[in-house]
Write a protein that binds this ligand. Structure first.
Ligand SMILES: [Fe+2]
Length: 352
């Protein structure tokens, strides 16, 4: 829709892990304050969460370019605290993800669109992401280099094709942001890499590249034995158990509330401030991200009904609680308090 207004530029925060020389990127639409994080690192979970909460970012996605061998992702923990959906390229074989993204599939981020570009070769399931004149290339294309191809089903010929036939087809002005740089550089452009990339710039022939990559004789990354298995479950030792989502409406919930018995609990997953401004009388506030603190309380009830504002947070809480072994839940997934209020049902206020 053309509103006639100029769209403000996407904001980019480039964050760094000194140990593994990994870049983490935070993308924010300044108008909607919706955000996405790319390749978050386990050790910097607190730093990243602090930035997200300071700025009031609604984190929609935690995106991985691939299953890293040199660090563990904090994607699983970020999902638990923010409700962000974990995005991984399809074929990665990763457990517990939310969006298994296909080549050319798009994700909405406020006024912007993130497009997945399947770029295998460093691993067999590497994916780059294009948004607003920038491409996040993971370990496929690095600044003046490229990712190694000697483990995790890497294939130099495939990497050559991914870079030359997909990434090098983007506009020369496209900014390149890789997952690593070991020499202090922070970005490049497609035009610069086509010309000056040391491994495949200046139209290096495919066979020469394959021979070069097959003779690098690099040491294995020091964290490979812990990082790859941990990243296969998004950084959390999930025991993915199957669960059945019991999806109810706010009208159903009102009916339950009218005849509430002592062994039934209604839980509100919004923030304390939202809860204080109007909630279902007798309901209990359990903001998303605090699930593990309430397990003893929840176990005292035969049935627990959870809801929030739109259903998005409750759905995440439902998943998190299932993973923590709580399964006597019903969830309002497609509605929330605004519909309760609109229906004229009774509301209680509380001081913040
Ligand atoms: Fe990698």
């Amino acid at each position: 829709m053309n509103t006639g207004l100029t769209t403000r530029s996407l904001l980019l925060e480039q964050l760094y892990d000194r140990d593994s020389c990994t870049y983490t990127y935070l993308l924010i639409d300044p108008e909607t304050n919706e955000g996405a994080i790319i390749d978050p690192v386990w050790e910097h979970f607190d730093r990243d969460l602090q930035i997200i909460s300071e700025r009031g970012i609604e984190l929609l996605y935690s995106i991985e370019t691939h299953a890293h061998a040199d660090h563990v992702t904090s994607g699983g923990k970020l999902r638990q605290m923010t409700g962000a959906k974990i995005v991984f390229g399809e074929n990665a074989g990763i457990q517990s993800i939310d969006i298994s993204i296909k080549h050319n599939q798009e994700l909405k981020l406020g006024n912007f669109t993130i497009r997945a570009i399947f770029t295998p070769g460093h691993t067999s399931a590497c994916t780059s992401y294009y948004i607003d004149g920038m491409v996040f290339t993971g370990d496929a294309l690095l600044i003046r280099g490229c990712g190694r191809t000697d483990f995790q089903d890497g294939d130099p010929g495939q990497l050559f094709d991914s870079i030359t036939q997909k990434l090098f087809k983007l506009d020369d002005e496209t900014k390149v942001y890789p997952a690593h740089d070991y020499n202090g550089r922070i970005g490049s452009t497609i035009g610069q890499e086509k010309r000056w990339n040391l491994r495949l710039g200046n139209n290096r022939p495919r066979q020469e590249f394959v021979e070069l990559m097959n003779n690098l004789n690099l040491d294995m990354p020091k964290k490979i034995n812990e990082a790859v298995p941990a990243n296969m479950s998004c950084g959390i030792n999930f025991n993915p158990k199957r669960y059945v989502l019991d999806d109810i409406s706010m009208d159903d919930l009102h009916h339950i509330w009218q005849q509430l018995s002592e062994d039934t609990l209604i839980v509100d997953n919004r923030t304390p401030e939202e809860f204080a401004s109007g909630h279902i009388p007798g309901s209990c506030n359990m903001p998303m991200g605090t699930e593990s603190q309430h397990l003893d309380t929840l176990k005292q009830y035969k049935k627990v009904y959870i809801h929030c504002r739109s259903g998005r947070r409750s759905q995440t809480v439902f998943t998190n609680l299932n993973l923590l072994g709580i399964d006597h839940l019903a969830c309002v997934c497609h509605s929330g308090m605004p519909d309760w209020i609109k229906a004229g049902y009774k509301v209680e206020m509380a001081p913040v």
